[in-house]
Design a protein around this ligand. Sequence first.
Ligand code: ABU
Length: 752
Amino acid sequence: MRLQTMDSKVRMKIYLILLIVGSNEGNRELRLLGMLPKTGSGWVGGDSCQVAVRMALDDINNNKNILTDYNLTYDWYDSKCDPGTSVYQMFEIFHENPPYHMLLGGGCSITSEATSQVSYLWNITQFSYGSSSPILSDRKRFPRFFRIALPDQKLNPARIDLMRTFNWKKVATINQALEFFSVVIDDFVQRVQGTEITIISQEIFVNDPLTRVQNLKTHDARIIMTAMYEHKARDVLCAAYKVGLYGPKIVWVFVGWFSSFFWRINLENVGCTVQEMDLAAEGSFITGPVYQNPIEERGVANLTAKEFDALYHSHSTYLPAYKSNDFVAHQCYDNIWVSAIAFNCTIKRMAEIGHPKTLDMFEYADRDINDIIFECMGNTSMTGVSGQIVFTEGADPNRIVKMERIQGGTRELIGHYRQDKFPNGYFEWIEDSIKWKDGNIPRDSTLVTQREVKIPLTLYIPVCVLSAIGICLAISFFAFNIIYRQNRNVKLSSPNINNIILLGCVLCYSSVFVQTTEADSSVTCLTRKLLFSLGFTVTFGGLFSKTWRVYRIFTNKKLLKRTIKDYQLLAIVGGLVGVVLMVMILWAIIAPHTIIVNYLDKQVYLIGNDAEVHLFVRVCHSEYSSYFGWVLYIIQGALLSFGAFLAWETRHVKIQALNDSHQIGLCLYNVVILSAVGLTLSLLLADQEVMMYGITSGCLIIGTTLTQVVIFIPKIHAVYHKVDTNITTMSTGVAATSMNNDSRTHENEGVS
Ligand code: ABU
């Protein structure tokens, strides 16, 4: 009977009449008051519950073995899943109606919490059929409260095992800012402490979850545990759609007591279409207890769960619209039966102790009667259509957890988690029931793999082969120098210095064997620089020292008679090498090289939309490398400038075997062009180590090869074509002379 406001005097008369009449056997009324959420938001399964309540009342009142001589009645009000409404209505009804023996509800935890903190003050026991909040287990706060539903934190072991099953180690949580949901999430967080699972983000929202959902996306959350009422779940999914946090890689985990198609209904004020909500919800997991007795057994009502199911769905008051919340029916049915058993126990107990009243005469002042009801409730143990029901304090039952998944827009059963089995729970999956998109299990985060950039063999080998060919060429020129050392052309071209030049070329070539990546020691770091710097210095030092000798002789008459010996030129080269070595040694001492891992942020490759490859390179780093590098550049630049000057000054010495000025010009041209190209490209390709290696090595091989070819080919040509070695000069007014007639010493050591 739905309670309407009626004149209190009339009600009082009815009450007195009922009290007198009710003392007659068979008419004694035991009054239940139920809270059924039928409107509002949160959970509104009151209608689905009420059908089962009617069935239970009929079954109990027609059963001669229970509450004999008593009539169990049930009044209800719409709690609207709202705490304020629930308390206000309860107060009004208690005030205006004859005493109730028990308060049944709420269907929502927030109404149970609000009412059970005051209902005990009326000396009334409260028994909920559907409240899942963990805090309701707290007897200090809710002294006369029992419930039949499994608290939501009991689903957490199944959720954690779900993560283990699919190797999800990173999880985010989001909950509505209610104590109920915060406690569920806190329990989850505590349970994962010390496991391999990490909480990457914990979001809490009061009203609009949009910014929190955005934050989940920012944290790259993929697996998201939720705790909220279903209208808030709709807001969350819509927000997820709006921020793009949906698709096959996103896995939401919702609770099982949401209505069947919670993501598709009541979308008027949500701001997303059904299609958008379908996209956002697809792939979500739903974990909830099995609400009906999984064992085919007849309980106290002489019904199996299946038989009850059939009767429920064929009941005259059942409407198809109740389907979305009809999971609660078994608990509602058992809710009435448990109350009846507790009342039965109370009646007996009162008779045993010779209580002056019978139970139907209960008034709110009768604390002692409520104590008996409470004690009887606590001792009740029965098999119902929802399963085994016991009320051991602090021991919520370990029910089987049902695992569902939203697939193809519908909610499909995929398995069960047997946490009823001691000691550890395990999954019983329904074979092939999970349909992952493209057969891929989503990852718990973007898969970031790191790959070292190495110089590929396809580049390294050709570069090394070219370099080796260059070295062979240098050795060939060296052999030529040795074989034809008595040849006049070779003699005049300073073969010793030429060999030094070749040594420099070999050093330059050798430097490309040392890779610029995969640096593994500071020795490797210095080696390439050392080889190149020494090679460059020796090559151009040798070349320019020869030219310097020509310059000295042909720009100064007095020196025509004076000898400039090879060892003096070698000393010059040695001096230059010494300077370079000193710089390198100081570099190694003052700013030793270390190996650093350089992440190439601009080079992140996406594999599908779920994996990234981050490239890194191991390179050499020295704190003052730019300073020491510039010192070397300056030395080499000065050498080149001086060489250019000498080449220019000796350009009129017209004996090929003697004067390399034209070849030097060509070499300088090459070096400058190649250096410019190399430097520009290396600046442009700062992060492209492989490309850098290829370009610098290429420039080096081309430059070195051109240098030795330009220097030596004319000499080979002169030897084979017997070119005349007469010396003339037209520079700076020095008179022409003939080396052939003038000095034997000159012939022995080239120009000296
Ligand atoms: N029967 C729905 C459970 C939700 C709640 O405890 O509020």
